[in-house]
Every structure is written in C-alpha cells, then in structure tokens.
Ligand binder design. Structure first.
Ligand SMILES: Nc1ncnc2c1ncn2[C@@H]1O[C@H](COP(=O)(O)OP(=O)(O)OP(=O)(O)O)[C@@H](O)[C@H]1O
Length: 333
C-alpha cells in the first residue's frame, strides 16, 4: 500500500481547472518532490491530501485512508507544513509548540517530552523564549516543521518549505528532511528549487496546468534517458583533431564538438546502452584514443523545460497509468 495515492483527482474553482485529472502514488518511506510553476496546482493538490479542501472529482488516500471519508484519521497520519502560516503575537517558541501539543491532546509529562523532542530535533533550543513572530525566516520554518512533527506523523506534506530561505537555512532544512527520510517517514515536498529537490528526492512529480506531466527519478531526468530517449556522453580524445573530425563524420552516433591542443572533444548521442557499447567498440577498433569519458548530465530545470517543450509540440506527456476507476468517490457538483 502506498503512503499517498491520488486517483483521477480534479478540483475546479468555477471555470478554473486548478487540478485536472491527477493520478500518482508515493511509496512508504520515500521522498517525492512536487514541482511546477506558480499556479500549476501544487498547493491545491496538497491541501486536498491534508484534508483542507475537497476534490471536485476523484480520490485521495493517505496510507490507504480516504481523505474525504475519514479526515480525522488522515490528520493523525500527516504532518502538514503550509507555505505560509501565522504565528501568534506574544507567544514564545515554547508556548507555541506547547499550545499545539495541547491541541493535539498530549498531556502532562508526555506533552513536555514531545515538545522537547521537537525542539531538540529542530535545534530551536536557544530560541525557546523568543517570540514566535520575531524569528528569522529560517527559524520560522524550523518552528513550522516542529509543529508539523509534534504528533510524530508517518507522512509529512510540505508546501514550498524552502521558499525565501537563504542558502545556509536551505542547507539546514535539507539536512532535517534527510534525517526524517532516514527515519522512514514519507515526505511529499513542493518546491521551485529543482536542483535541491533532485538531491534529496527519490522521485519527482512534475505538474503543469493541473496535470501531471512527468513522474520519475531525478537521476534519469539528469541523464536525459527518461525525457529525451538519448544517452549522451562527453568524450575527450587524443590525436590529430582533423583525423578525429573526419572519423566523426562517418559515425551516426558521434558528433565532433571542438578541437583541443591534443585531439578533440566529441559527443556520443546514442539511443540505447547497446548503441553506446557498439560506438565504444568501433572507437577501439579504429584506434580512437579516449582520455576522458563521462555521461552528460543536464540540470533538472533543463529537464523540466524539455518536458514542457515536448508537451507544447503535442507530444504525449509521460503519465503513470490510471488506477482502477472503481475508487472514484466524488462527482462534479
Ligand atoms: N480558493 C481558490 N479559489 C479560486 N482559485 C483558486 C483557489 N485556490 C487556488 N486557486 C487557483 O488555482 C490555481 C492553482 O493554484 P495552486 O495554489 O494550487 O498552485 P501552485 O502550483 O501551488 O502555485 P504557487 O507555486 O504559486 O503556490 C491557480 O490559478 C490559483 O489561482
């Protein structure tokens, strides 16, 4: 059973299709990045999962529990960190966490222990007597994370937690997310900062205009194999540049990039690993002397733009297969 399961989800606001037939699953214990431009539908999807909004059509489940039918159970399972959350005036950090721990039903010693555990985890110890509305952005996010973790949820849903953070605070937040992932929590996190998501996510879910346009792992995206259908290698070669250039002209999978003082740089652009192997075999046979060889990696922004470009050209979006329609539980009202 998946930690998150969204099936054929729609959310309309009047004529606006904020979420337009979204289907995906996030396995237990994995970190999934939710990526999309402003207005793509990330927050709306996350709010539905967090039981704060309802679908127009479709289902959303957390650990197999339907968010519409059993919202209270779902809330026990999830920690929700919204993109903006208000802090109360004249409430210190410790009072703030204690207040939420009480609201969650913790009492006495257990409540104090939970609050302390969260303070230790988020490293807010030196700031417990600070007013919660006077914290830096980074510490505000720590407090928000702490609040979301008070009841030790299995699943953490984080909407743009890194937005507005300086680089140091981002690194620190990323570290906390890694620790939580190691503890086995499922983390569903949205962000515009694709490169950072790639480092910590097991999979990336791209949404555009309310539709999922890609769901895959960051490595394949960077290698290009999922989006371009190509295997690109940057190769440095020793020897006479002109002879190398002439050799490249005869090779369907090789492109001459530039001359170097000794030799040149070429690119292998193959459609499959077998084609890469065949090209290498030809290089050895023709005594093309390789001095450096590495897989070309694109950054995730390029991969995302590549996917959007393919969509604009009318090529099909890469979407996971639909789940059985019998799980649909709502209809357009
Ligand atoms: N309550 C609402 N009423 C009307 N329109 C809404 C409502 N909530 C969201 N929208 C619209 O739905 C679309 C998707 O919004 P959503 O907040 O889900 O996008 P997002 O991907 O989270 O964007 P951002 O990164 O800017 O937060 C937007 O056009 C937004 O204006």
């Amino acid at each position: 059973m998946s930690a998150l399961r969204v099936n054929n989800l729609y959310r309309y606001f009047g004529q606006l299709k904020a979420v337009n037939g979204v289907t995906f699953e996030v396995p237990h214990g994995s970190v999934c990045g939710f990526v999309g431009a402003n207005g793509a539908g990330k927050t709306t999807t996350m709010r539905i999962l967090a039981t704060l909004d309802h679908p127009t059509v479709g289902t959303a489940e957390v650990c197999g529990i339907n968010v519409l039918h059993h919202p209270a159970e779902v809330r026990r399972l999830i920690g929700w960190m919204p993109d903006h959350f208000g802090n109360y005036d004249h409430m210190t950090v410790i009072e703030y966490l204690d207040f939420y721990a009480r609201a969650l039903g913790y009492k006495g010693k257990e409540r104090r222990e939970r609050v302390q555990e969260v303070i230790d985890f988020t490293d807010l110890g030196p700031l417990t007597e600070r007013f919660s509305n006077k914290l830096s952005k980074g510490n505000t996010q720590r407090l928000g994370l702490g609040r979301a973790l008070l009841h030790d949820p299995q699943v953490l849903i984080m909407d743009e937690p890194a937005a507005g953070l300086d680089p140091k605070a981002r690194v620190e937040l990323k570290h906390l997310i890694r620790v939580l992932a190691k503890e086995g929590k499922t983390i569903f996190i949205s962000s515009h900062i694709l490169s950072e998501l790639g480092e910590m996510c097991d999979s990336l879910l791209f949404i555009n205009n309310g539709r999922i346009v890609h769901h895959g792992d960051a490595e394949s995206l960077k290698n290009g194999s999922e989006t371009q259908g190509g295997f690109l290698y940057d190769v440095q070669v020793d020897g006479d540049p002109q002879a190398l250039s002439d050799w490249c002209v005869l090779q369907p999978t090789v492109e001459f990039l530039e001359s170097r003082k000794f030799g040149g740089r070429i690119r292998i652009n193959a459609e499959s690993p077998t084609q890469v192997a065949d090209t290498l075999a030809r290089m050895i046979k023709d005594q093309v002397r390789v001095t450096e060889f590495h897989r070309e990696q694109r950054n995730l922004e390029d991969a995302f733009i590549d996917i959007l470009g393919r969509l604009e050209q009318g090529q099909p979006a890469v979407t996971p297969p639909p789940l059985p329609s019998s799980t649909t539980n709502a209809s357009i009202s």
